[in-house]
Design a binder for this molecule. Structure first.
Ligand SMILES: Nc1nc(=O)c2c([nH]1)NC[C@@H]1CN(c3ccc(C(=O)N[C@@H](CCC(=O)O)C(=O)O)cc3)C=[N+]21
Length: 286
């Protein structure tokens, strides 16, 4: 058996077309295109590539780009000044601070300084708190992209047993909050490096979200036949990018979101969606 493709690339393209229509309406209504800001500190090639991709996506849907680039040795004060400027800039509807920041910077303090209403990543403490409370807030892009990818491929969520591997702030922790909302109604187990019997948890799962960052961690013998398997891991190696899911998993999985071409493009599309939604909220407020 070969797993059916959870096609993030084409699904993200569809979402961008949908968003482009909403952006055109907003721009006509308000006389100004929504704007996405990015704050990029340092010269990590991966981070530059990601940020470049985000601005290409923006151009495609009619969102304006605002780029702030700071040197690798930028001070906390300089980064916070960039945050203050974007908070105050009416052309900036929403923005992100590309993570990870260089080690000498306090990333928590930077995120906390953002205007929560302009948090396009859904990673501000206030917005993560709202997610816990079930209140309206911009949602973290990767978890939102995963739910959207599953929904648009009709993978059943209600009552599904989901096994998440990884407890990071961008994926592992928040995705359980989305999937256990009444509207999704899944049951979520969060596994991590301290988990005993990982394979046992995995074999119970109808849906596996692998966000550990451990190349080839999950092999076919650990999966329930027919499970939907989503590869969120990205490790840069000499041979290129490697995911958490071993290539043999496609023999037993019912659905597979591969890396590349699965969750990554959806993450980018959800960033755009968060910006468009922020712009729509602003338009309704005036
Ligand atoms: N503030 C912040 N927000 C983020 O959302 C954020 C971040 N920092 N830091 C880094 C991670 C990583 N991330 C990815 C997004 C898209 C792809 C993506 O589109 N990947 C393509 C392949 C890309 C390639 O080939 O390099 C794919 O999976 O098909 C990957 C990784 C967002 N992140």
């Amino acid at each position: 058996m070969t797993a059916q493709l959870l096609d993030g690339k084409s699904t993200a393209a569809t979402i961008r077309r949908e968003l482009a229509e909403r952006v055109a309406k907003l721009t006509a209504l308000t006389g100004r295109a929504p704007g996405l800001g990015t704050v990029l500190v340092g010269d990590d090639p991966g981070s530059h590539a990601y940020v470049g991709g985000k601005h290409r996506d923006c151009a495609q849907v009619g969102i304006a780009s605002i780029r702030r680039e700071l040197a690798a040795d930028a001070s906390q004060r300089q980064v916070e000044e960039a945050i203050d400027e974007l908070n105050a800039d009416p052309a900036c509807t929403g923005y992100i601070v590309q993570l990870p920041l260089p080690g000498h910077l306090d990333a928590g303090a930077v995120l906390e300084r953002m205007d929560p209403a302009k948090d396009a990543d859904g990673l501000h403490p206030v917005n993560l708190g709202r997610l816990v409370l079930g209140a309206e807030a911009p949602l973290p892009c990767t978890p939102r992209g995963i739910v959207e990818l599953l929904r648009r491929h009709d993978v059943p969520l209600a009552g599904a047993r989901v096994c998440v591997i990884g407890r990071g702030i961008t994926v592992g922790r928040p995705i359980g909050l989305l999937l256990t909302r009444r509207s999704e109604n899944a049951t979520v187990t969060l596994c991590h490096t301290g988990t005993k019997g990982l394979a046992w948890h995995l074999r119970e799962a109808d849906i596996v979200v692998a966000a550990a960052g451990s190349p080839g961690l999950i092999t076919k013998d650990m999966l329930r036949p027919g499970a939907a398997v989503l590869d969120v891991g990205i490790t840069r190696t000499g041979q290129g990018l490697v995911g958490d899911i071993h290539p043999d998993a496609t023999q037993v999985a019912g659905w597979l979101a591969p890396m590349p071409g699965g969750v990554g493009p959806m993450t980018r599309a959800m960033l755009l969606a968060n910006v468009v939604e922020a712009a729509e909220r602003n338009a309704n407020a005036v």
